[in-house]
Design a protein around this ligand. Structure first.
Ligand SMILES: Nc1ncnc2c1ncn2[C@@H]1O[C@H](COP(=O)(O)OP(=O)(O)OP(=O)(O)O)[C@@H](O)[C@H]1O
Length: 329
């Protein structure tokens, strides 16, 4: 349903070009839940905005394509994009407080979206608005509420309800639970999963917390410094992560279930993307670093249906023997 190929996004700043998303490719099947994980600054939000075509200057897609149901969104005009947004593809932002209009009631915002896509009957608008709000467990009386009158969890649910207005094929979510406490986080995740089962939409879910997506996502994309470090089925990555960065992320977050284990952080911080290290981008922090990691940037290689960018898995190219020096005459 969605195929992202070689997607590259640059921020064009006074200090130069910052490549926040570098040659990223992945596909999402209908009804699939894909998690995108990585530390802050790895390019997750930029990637989502590029997929939804919501980037604004100084960010720009400089290469690649985003094919959604056979059409390339990167080259699509604004009118066509507006027709697809909400109806076929909707986005839930990190903070509903910022995404919702603070001076409009929830119902008025739902009505705006429904009107924009051709629903003109007041009765139909009111009934659909109440229906989606109830789907996320909020009483329809709150259509009259303003965003500040709702709790953080309710606002996020209202955003999800709005994303469901047209029952789209794909919902893109950028850390929708990050402002919530762990109990509210878990209940929202369970609700998203139940709605997904009921309506069959696909989800792309960005988070820095790997344990959050462990029980909900089918596939994972682990990002580091703007690139895909590893991608594959979530179960496999949790059971046997290939990339030392994926292993580091798993050890850095407590599991929702299972025994208590001491948490280990990943030493250091992701690189400033305007000054990328030589060789492997993760090597300054990597516990498995080899000498060649300092000079050779690893390619993304296929491995048993997964992909990994690490020299541990890159086939060694046999070196041509150096020509024997001719004996000095
Ligand atoms: N407005 C900007 N101007 C220049 N560079 C930017 C700008 N916004 C982001 N970047 C660059 O893009 C990189 C990726 O940012 P992005 O917000 O996509 O990361 P993220 O993984 O989503 O982080 P977070 O989890 O904190 O939202 C940043 O590290 C920074 O180098």
């Amino acid at each position: 349903m969605l195929e992202v190929t070689g997607l590259t996004v640059d921020y064009l700043t006074h200090a130069g070009r910052v490549r926040a998303v570098d040659d990223v490719s992945f596909a999402v099947q209908p009804g699939e839940f894909t998690g995108i994980v990585g530390e802050s600054g790895c390019g997750k939000s930029t990637l989502l905005f590029a997929v939804a075509q919501l980037l604004s200057p100084p960010a720009a897609v400089t290469a690649g394509s985003v094919t959604f149901r056979g059409q390339n969104l990167v080259t699509m005009g604004a009118r066509q994009l507006n027709a697809i947004r909400w109806q076929n593809l909707s986005v839930v932002m990190q903070s509903a407080m910022n995404a919702l209009n603070p001076v409009m009631s929830v119902g008025a915002q739902f009505a705006d979206a429904l009107h924009a896509h051709g629903m003109s009957s007041r009765k139909a608008v009111a009934s659909r608005s109440a229906e989606v709000l109830r789907l996320v467990g909020i009483d329809a009386v709150h259509l009259r509420s303003y965003p500040h009158q709702l709790s953080g969890g309710m606002r996020q649910r209202a955003m999800i309800a709005m994303a469901l207005l047209f029952t789209p094929d794909l919902i893109i979510m950028d850390e929708p639970t990050s402002a919530l406490d762990v109990v509210a986080q878990r209940s929202l995740m369970t609700q998203i999963k139940e709605l997904q089962r009921e309506f069959g939409f696909a989800v792309i879910f960005v988070t820095h917390d790997m344990s959050l997506v462990s029980h909900y996502s089918d596939r994972l994309l682990v990002m580091y410094a703007g690139q895909v470090a590893e991608s594959g089925p979530t179960r496999r990555i949790f059971a046997s992560p290939l990339h030392p960065y994926s292993r580091g992320l798993l050890d850095a977050f407590p599991g929702i279930r299972g025994e208590k284990v001491p948490l280990k952080g990943i030493p250091g911080a992701p690189p400033d993307l305007s000054v990328i290290p030589n060789g492997c981008r993760f090597q300054p922090r990597c516990p498995a670093r080899m000498t060649e990691c300092e000079t050779t940037p690893p390619a993304l290689v296929d491995r048993d249906g997964s992909q990994v960018r690490c020299l541990l898995y890159t086939p060694v190219v046999p070196q041509e023997p150096a020509p024997a020096k001719e004996a000095a005459q």
